[in-house]
Design a protein. Sequence first.
Length: 595
Amino acid sequence: MQLRAVTDRLDETSETDRTPRKTRAVWSELAPLLITLIAGVVCYGLFFRRGAWLSVIGYSVSPAERILSGEVPYRDFLYNYTPGMLWLNALLMKGFGASLLTISAGLLFIKLATIVALFYAARRLTSSWIALVPVGLSLAWIGYKYIFGVFPTQYSMLFVLLGLVFMLRYDESESIGWLLLSGILVGMVFVFKYNVGILLVGAGTLAVAVRELALNSGDGPLLKRIAHVSKRCVFYWAGFAVVAGAMALYLAYNNALGAMADHFIHHVFEYGEKRAVPLPPIKHLGPAALSLLIAVGAAAFLLRKAPRYYEALLVALTIAGVVALLIPARGYYIKQSASAFVAYFPILLFASVAAWLAWRLKKGNDLREWWSGARRLTIVGLVALGAFLEVYPRADSYHIIRVLTPVFLLLTVVLYMAWPAFERFISKRAPSGRRAALLSLAAPLALLAATGVKDSWQPQFDSQLRFIDRVPLAVEKAEGILVSRRQQQMISDLAGAISDYSSPGDSLFSFAQKGTGFYFLTGRRNPTRFVWWRSVGLKQEDRAAIIDLINSRRIKLILLQDSLKDPRVREAVTSNYDLVRPVGDIAVYRSKESS
């Protein structure tokens, strides 16, 4: 009896001990997710009502409103991307009202879902707490100038990450259902941006092929293994085809598919020829490279000769670097060099991963063994590369920042896999061991994040640390949106001029790109199939059609910017329209029959 009583007490104690351990384990899993959600809500919440990029409103929001009136993309108006973003925003405006705030709220939800998807993908590849690294870096690089710009990558990145997660699930389980779902998600990317969808189909197909050939390296002749790879890829392609095919059938049914294909062909060639932006000059990397070389040299010297000062040096170097990057009007060349480094960083990362995978393969490892160590880097690397190539041939900050999220995920996986060897190396030399190793990785990550704060956060504030966009717009469809005082004045004046000389529903055409935003803001109708005069992919006959409309005076108002010197346009407008009011560098013209 006494023995049984002691046993019962031990069982109770054991159960009591297990409960706190379970609670700690659950909290350890939930806490990073909660941190991700809270950080996302705070960071994105600060900006979702700030900024109004007029040309983007004209290009991406106004066409969505045209869909609400029954128009079909490509048949009734041209658009340079696949129409997923237009359909989604048209649905939001139908349900919640046609306003910029509706669009921004929908985009806020998408961005929060994307940051959670990033956390989930990183957690599957590393651990709950390590998954905060790509989340933190992505929030540090929150966006370029107009953070809630309505462009396709803002929406498609969610599906890129989910497609990656499903590909990883397939690799773990070999269930073709996950492969089919991954293809469906890539199809969703295609609906938002066709070139990225095509790139990701290629990246996913390559990942599947490498996996199957590696895991079946000794199973029969090569042709048999290729047939096996093809069977698996068919499921991936089928998932993609379900979504892309549904979009194509809808457009074909509405007599828009041929027009879309014809426009995309002209758009691709003209975009590639005229819109390429080269990488920053190599010489811009000099200050950052020299600083990095000096820092690494000093750290290596102390680690070898005076390891007890190693951590203090890391902290000092990190603080000095962050201060140099973030203090305004200081260290211009360092700031410029750090930004240039980020433009080259993804390319260097992809090249390093490819070199490491090739080195491991060259060592003569069994292919199955090679894949067991290469699977994460191969799948994540190919998906990140497919998403990154969206910016080609653009290398400006506006485009590169859009595609850094999967690059940060790949970087985190690389560091996570290298950590055991790196920790052993540092621990043999530094007294504090693991802590010194953590500081060694935290220092460059902190500088990378600080560069993001410099490039994407600081431009949102003035010299007194106030938001630049803090003045509310009074235009009905833009109520609740905050802009700079200068932009508020310009929008108010131009919207007032349009309202004074026309009525809602009247026709308006803007040669000025920023003037196209007033189709939506003032409720005026664009009677052409084109957003603006210099839109990429327009043919000569397209521009001739606009001139014909002007000569026939079928457009009520014309917005013409001072910088446009095209003699055909100037002659057509001044012959058939009267100047009624200049607003900044944009002049408002009214047809002479209406005067």
